[in-house]
Ligand binder design. Structure first.
Ligand code: KG4
Ligand code: ZN
Length: 351
């Protein structure tokens, strides 16, 4: 089975070729055209994103086919992200995929972007397979899932407000760092001391009551907007005192520490409750080395394994879409000609 994957849900135009089976998958080609233009605006501008996908999609797919040494005739299916995301951006991918599929007589299979993120790690770590606890942390989503098998996803918790990546991006802005802010904040935090209890940059951990029990609304859910506001106050205070430049590493570290402690605890609770020995991280924030390290340290005592994709596969890419598509094609799924882009949609098989 050989699948072409296409991803255009946000600001990466990506095409990839994946072959094999979910048990033994090979990544034969991956092309990612990142739309750097959005840095000028401090966030993704939807109309510009759509236009860049239009100019990038044909060269991206052609380059992927060339890199893999195959033609459209050698493919078994085309997998494309159809939801969730920016509708104009998604439409470029879905329209192109349907046209190519029609022209070459291939099935097209729609893939949910977040299911794609769950499959990304499998491309590098064949053991990152269900059952596992999953933490999906991106610019738009923060989901805690129990995954008993591919295609069945139990939603345990999510953010009540900002996604984790969004919080990193907003804090980056407050600290005068570029967009997207996750990596710059991580780098700045690495130069700061971890603020201890009582330190003004030791921020309250959101939704982390020690005595919470399963069934409590805050047992698995998260919230990051209060933390972002605490950072805003710390920045204003430092600015007034004339210490902002010197305080930035400590503020970044305090913010990142609070985020990581919260996420690690929520994932630990979920893995323990469902007796899962494996944890899979996905989404752009999964690139965060400090998060990966803290997660591994927490699970080391239980003999648990923590899997995270490399940065290239953690951020948006078509390889993960092809991987999830391959699983769905093997289940006999394919799209009707009426298939189209959808801005928001639950992951298929979520309960
Ligand atoms: O999954 P992704 O590429 O796109 C979405 O689907 O949103 O995630 C992008 C998000 C951005 O918010 C970015 O700041 C964040 O991932 N990110 C990070 C790191 N690298 C990227 N956050 C924290 N630490 C990082 N090293
Ligand atoms: Zn994503």
């Amino acid at each position: 089975m050989r699948v072409l994957g296409i991803e255009t849900s946000c600001d990466e135009t990506s095409a990839a070729i994946v072959s094999g089976t979910p048990e033994a998958m090979s990544l034969d080609a991956l092309v990612i055209l990142s739309q750097d233009v959005h840095r000028l605006f401090g966030g993704v501008v939807p109309e510009i994103a759509s236009r860049q996908h239009l100019t990038g999609i044909v060269p991206a797919v052609n380059a992927a086919l060339r890199d893999a040494g195959v033609t459209m005739g050698n493919l078994d299916a085309i997998a494309v992200t159809h939801a969730p995301g920016l509708v104009g951006a998604l439409l470029v991918g879905t329209s192109y995929a349907k046209a190519m599929a029609f022209a070459h007589g291939k099935p097209v299979v729609p893939v949910h972007h977040l299911e794609g993120h769950l499959f990304a790690t499998l491309l590098e770590h064949p053991d990152a397979k269900p059952p596992f606890t999953a933490l999906l942390v991106s610019g738009g989503h923060t989901l805690l899932l129990d995954v008993p098998e591919w295609g069945r996803y139990q939603l345990l918790g999510q953010t009540r407000d900002d996604a984790v990546g969004e919080a990193f991006d907003k804090v980056a802005k407050l600290l005068g760092l570029p967009y997207p802010g996750g990596r710059p904040v991580e780098q700045l935090a690495a130069t700061g001391e971890s603020p201890s209890h009582g330190h003004p940059h030791h921020f309250a951990r959101p939704m982390l009551r020690r005595r919470a029990v399963i069934g409590d609304e805050d047992y698995y859910d998260c919230s990051f907007s209060g933390l972002k506001t605490a950072v805003l106050h710390a920045v204003r205070h430092a600015d007034k005192s004339g210490t902002l430049e010197a305080d930035k590493p400590s503020i970044a570290r305090g913010f990142q520490d609070a985020v990581i402690e919260t996420l690690v605890e929520k994932v630990y609770r979920a893995a323990k409750a469902h007796r899962r020995g494996r944890v899979v991280l996905g989404g752009g924030v999964a690139c965060n080395g400090a998060l990966q390290l803290a997660m591994r340290e927490r699970f080391a005592g239980r003999g648990g394994q923590v899997f995270a994709p490399s940065p290239r596969l953690a951020t948006d890419n078509a390889a993960m879409i092809a991987a999830a598509g391959l699983f769905r094609v093997l289940r006999g799924e394919h799209a009707e000609p009426t298939m189209t882009a959808t801005a928001s949609l639950p992951i298929p098989g979520m309960f």
